[in-house]
Design a protein. Structure first.
Length: 673
């Protein structure tokens, strides 16, 4: 009967007895280590009694046939080792300690325990920390309190107000590169944007007003910087180490769940050129712009031709005496994203007065918004290698760029990349190419060698003296968090090096109760950012409701599910232009590296997936001392029944209002309070 000779030795040693017929074999033996107990799994589907044993010191058993209700089994006698106590006879299948074993008909031993005395829908508290108060943090402060009963929410941000990147980035020309009408909350439309492509201050004002309207400020801890997080397996909680930037105080605070929402462009950094610390002129990163700095009449260097560099150059070019623009890599300059098309210029794009007035009618604005936003869901096909749509983009962009560079056509060959459009993030850059053709601008592709006290020296030995240097060199794009997150002896920063790996962009195995918004591989390239954030938070809310209502102590995605998602992602991206030889934030600045900046599919694709969480991909631990997964069922009552009040038939509706597709599916229907 024994598939492993060691099992017979154990049997002969008296550690267990199991009368059974010979010849039944387990087709799925599992010999993986399990805790510190001998675990006997009786596989369903056989009337004999075949053992699967995971070696250790104490005896436990599981009767899978009785659990599955597949009929009677041969009598089982379990003899614990001398050092085991009654609480250490553990069920391997349900993973809980049983104070005693009882008999139930001919189904064999089962575990029983004393019921918890509370209704099934008793409200418990769940303490949740959100790190970051930008667009994602604000949206979390709106959606989570209404979607997760019992939540005690706290949102930390190092800044003095909400707004994230729109609060921090105040450089000349900072604005939305898509129409503002699609860069707003789906449930809080603004109809009177000053410009079609709103400037940074107006975007900041919008998101701060939304935070005010929905009372997000009640959850905020501003000027509080999270310096670290550590998981305590014993308590099932995270301890955050927080620095109050106003007072310098550092304190610890515990939470059941931690959600990171720090954004993708939060950790800006100056380049590490030799001698940069010796430079005596004005030196700033574009994300740390000094509002007192006036470039008028100065000789200025702008390093970098990413999104901020492309916006800074045309906005300071008319003011400066001379501008040296260092652009290490070629880049595509796109037409407009949505809006009025490729003719967009540097000047403000105001809406026609008649169109703005028509937005006063909610139906008219709703239709306008749907028509505009739908265009952002139709561009997914441009991402595939060799596709006709991507080839069309290349032709259109070259034509557009040549037109804008017509004063200095020789620049075109230095700016057009050899990689496909969309390999790097596209930037419309109105006015950028035109600025490069002006007489007071030098476009420099020669690599920088080092800094001097007065300027910059390129690899050809030429020194160019400047009064100021603006570094538009981007942010840390490897998505590693800027503080330690420790669980099970590991730091997430190390686990995410060199590549950040997650389950569906939400979480990482071995880091319980830790979730991410806009994490690695989370956001579809098509679609819009606000919608992506809202669907991620809605998924998280479903997870938190399950945790808080079903007696769950901790949760983590399984390694197997995570590995399968990573394998899917790594099979998908080679078909796309993201995998070409360009440096981008999607590949962590490593040309040809693993793609972690995008979801492996379209925005509609990921929205479909988030509708129904795959609970089978998660591993759960329970709060009950019994460990029983159904202990949360309580005493068999609901709160409304115990109170003797409330609507006990919320499912009965006016037949005219019933849509059978969603009938009986609302999580809050009939909720007491």
């Amino acid at each position: 009967m024994f598939l492993n000779p060691e099992w017979r030795q154990l049997s002969e040693a008296g550690l267990f007895k199991m009368p059974a017929s010979e010849g039944h074999r387990n087709p799925y033996p599992d010999m993986a280590p399990f805790s510190r107990s001998w675990t006997f799994d009786f596989t369903y589907g056989c009337e004999g009694c075949v053992l699967v044993i995971r070696p250790s010191e104490r005896v436990a058993f599981s009767d899978a046939n009785s659990v599955m209700g597949l009929g009677s089994m041969t009598t089982v006698e379990v003899l614990p080792s001398p050092e085991a106590n009654e609480h250490e006879v553990r069920s391997a299948q349900s993973g809980y300690y049983a104070p005693k074993l009882t008999e139930w008909g001919d189904r064999g031993p089962i575990n029983s325990f004393e019921l918890e005395d509370h209704p099934i829908d008793a409200r418990s508290k769940i303490r949740v920390a959100v790190i970051g108060a930008g667009l994602a943090g604000i949206t979390a402060g709106i959606l989570l309190p209404v979607k997760v009963p019992g939540i005690e929410l706290q949102i930390f941000d190092k800044n003095a107000d909400v707004g994230g990147t729109w609060l921090e980035n105040i450089y000349p020309g900072v604005r939305c590169d898509i129409p503002a009408n699609v860069y707003q909350s789906t449930f809080e439309p603004k109809t009177n944007w000053t410009e079609e492509y709103a400037q940074g201050p107006e975007i900041l004002e919008y998101w701060q007003s939304v935070a005010q309207k929905y009372n997000v400020y009640q959850y905020l801890k501003l000027q509080h910087k999270v310096a670290g997080a550590k998981w305590d397996e014993e308590t099932g909680r995270w301890t955050l180490r927080v620095e109050n930037l106003s007072t310098g105080e550092i304190y610890a605070q515990d939470f059941d769940v931690v959600i990171t929402a720090i954004g993708r462009f939060n950790a800006w950094k100056l380049p590490e050129y030799p001698g940069i610390k010796d430079y005596q002129g004005h030196l700033r990163h574009s994300s740390a712009w000094d509002p007192k700095f006036d470039p008028t009449g100065k000789t200025v260097a702008v390093i970098g031709n990413g999104a901020s560099g492309i916006q800074v150059v045309p906005n300071i070019q008319p003011l400066v005496k001379h501008l040296d623009h260092y652009a290490r890599s070629p880049t595509w300059i796109a037409g407009s994203f949505g809006g009025e098309g490729p003719g967009r210029r540097l000047e403000p794009n105001y809406y026609a007065k008649e169109l703005l007035e028509s937005f006063d009618d909610p139906e008219t604005y709703h239709k306008f918004r749907k028509d505009l936003e739908s265009t952002f869901y139709r561009r997914f096909g441009t991402l595939f290698k060799g596709s006709e749509t991507n080839k069309g983009l290349r032709e259109d962009f070259i034509k557009l760029m040549a037109e804008r560079l017509k004063k200095k056509p020789e620049l075109l060959e230095h700016i057009v990349p050899d990689f496909s459009p969309n390999c790097r993030r596209l930037t419309p850059g109105p006015g950028y190419l035109e600025a490069l053709t002006e007489d007071n601008v030098s476009f420099i592709r020669t690599p920088i060698s080092h800094f001097t006290r007065e300027g910059i020296v390129t690899s050809d030995g030429i020194e160019r003296k400047v009064d100021a240097v603006i570094c538009s060199t981007g942010a840390n794009v490897d998505m590693r968090l800027p503080f330690p997150i420790i669980a099970n002896g590991e730091d997430l920063r190390d686990v995410w090096s060199p590549d950040p790996l997650t389950y569906l962009g939400f979480s990482t195995p071995s880091f319980p109760n830790l979730l991410h918004v806009q994490g690695p591989n989370s956001a579809g390239h098509s679609g819009t950012v606000p919608n992506q954030v809202e669907t991620q938070l809605t998924y998280i809310a479903k997870l938190l409701r399950k945790v808080n209502t079903q007696g769950i102590r901790s949760f983590t995605p399984s390694q197997a599910a995570t590995d399968d998602f990573i394998a899917y992602s790594d099979s998908f991206f080679p078909k796309t232009v993201f995998s070409e030889n360009c440096s981008s934030w999607a590949n962590g600045g490593r040309p040809g590296g693993r793609i972690h900046g995008h979801w492996p599919g379209s925005a509609s694709h990921v929205n479909f997936l988030r509708r129904d969480p795959r609970w089978e991909d998660w591993e759960w631990k329970y709060k009950s001392e019994t460990g029983n997964r159904f202990a949360w069922l309580g005493n068999g009552w609901t709160r409304k029944e115990e109170k003797g009040e409330g609507d006990l038939t919320p499912y009965l509706k006016n037949p005219a209002d019933i849509d059978l597709r969603s009938y009986h599916e609302s999580w809050f229907e009939g909720l007491d309070g």
